[in-house]
Design a protein around this ligand. Sequence first.
Ligand code: SGN
Ligand code: CA
Length: 514
Amino acid sequence: MRLLIISLLITATAAAQQRPNIIYIMSDDHDAKAISAYSKELISTPNMDRIAHEGMLFKNAFVANSICGPARATLLTGLHSHKNGMKDNRTRFDSSQVTMPKLLQADGYQTAIVGKWHLQSYPTGFDYWKILPGQGQYFEPAMINMKGDTGRIHGYATDVITDEAINWLDHRDTQKPFLLLLHHKAPHRYFFAPLKYIEQFHTKHFPEPATLYTDTAGHGTAWRLQTMSILHDMKLSSDLKVDPAYLMDIPELKPDSAEITYYRAIFNRIPEPDRSKIKAIYEERGKLIRDLHLRGKELLKYKYQWYMQDYLACVASVDENVGRVLDYLDKNGLTNNTLVIYTSDQGMYLGQNGWFDKRWMYDVSMRTPLMMRWPGHIKPGSVNTSMVQNIDYAETFLDVAGTKIPERMQGLSLKPVMTGVQKALPRKELYYHFYEYAADHTVLQHLGIRGERYKLIYFYPVNEWEMYDLQKDPAEQHNIYKDPKYGKILQQLKADLLHLRDVYDDHEKAGELN
Ligand code: SGN
Ligand code: CA
């Protein structure tokens, strides 16, 4: 009898161990264009690429509402924003609702979240959590622990978050499978990298996007209202680290007192000697503005380069830390039984239309990078082109773990396409709804659908529609909404939009639509 119990226990443990672990790495505002598995134009990211080469690269991954808090709430709940209540960054996430981590936890998984959280309420459904307050800081970041205590941790955010995650892996209960959400702060605005990467990137020169100098002429009200222009809205001191001393005598570039305070605060967080070394490197920018009298288009040319240098230096540090996690899995015999995901909470404008930031349903920001590795299940080097969306992640992880998926979730499990059982998902169009107005960057509320070829967007506060032919106009520069040639397609898209709003049960007042 005793022997039988022991052998049953051993079998149960082995079975538990066979259930796959899941490590979900999500950075903040990391556009796919800044991952070499997607594009070689800007940077080499060998560690991120390893996930794609040993697994699957999703070429058409999108979000449902291109902003941080909502993307995170969708990851947890598998629901669109109107269903989980997290429509914008100002909302407090209702943590009493059913979430994917809670379901995995109840089904025998150990669950942890480390890094950026940004949902205001504390995490629930996690055996372990350690999070950044709000957006967090790059240097000497504060983290909140499970007791609610906040303490500064020595180091650079991307390294610190990885250290904390690896430390949890080291101390976890090895008898159970785990879900680890590892959420980086980088490369979010104010784009501040550690010294070694600033040294590598500050002399690099990057190709300009074709639409860098586009102006607002000919575009709709939403486009004209936005405040995400690199030239006008990206701040020289607090975003691009130009010493205010160089700008004080130039009325049109002079930073206000809030920006100067911010500039000082972010530099003061950097321990010496790195602070002085970084300041010395960034002196160059102030000198260029002063000596070359940079203004207007000429200034934009330089601001774009500085933005890319800083943003990509942050990405390089994320890549190094992704490598640390992959090495950890190798060294601890976890590689074969762990699904590793790399993604971002949304896409990010890297100079297209002259912009930074996200929010739009336009492809640049609606897209997100997505790569997955799961040895023995996902064929190495595979590429998937079906339209997937962040509403799918929760269901995917539950499916992979063999945990029951609640009816209420709104996505589709990606497991069949990951494992090659299915080539494409049964999905014709994606639904999108953005709410956060008026707030940073003033992007009007809008909703719409995206198919393989056409996109229809409705900016309901101003009753304006936009339609794009993504095949002929992938950069979404020509609104064909009023073009009679597309009349029939438009009719179909409008019908599909109303249908999708029914499917996802979004019946909120949206001007003319209802
Ligand atoms: C901050 C940024 C904005 C950014 C939002 C939301 N301003 O407010 O540029 O759009 O976060 O970003 S900053 O001056 O504080 O950097 S999100 O990724 O968290 O949604
Ligand atoms: Ca973000």
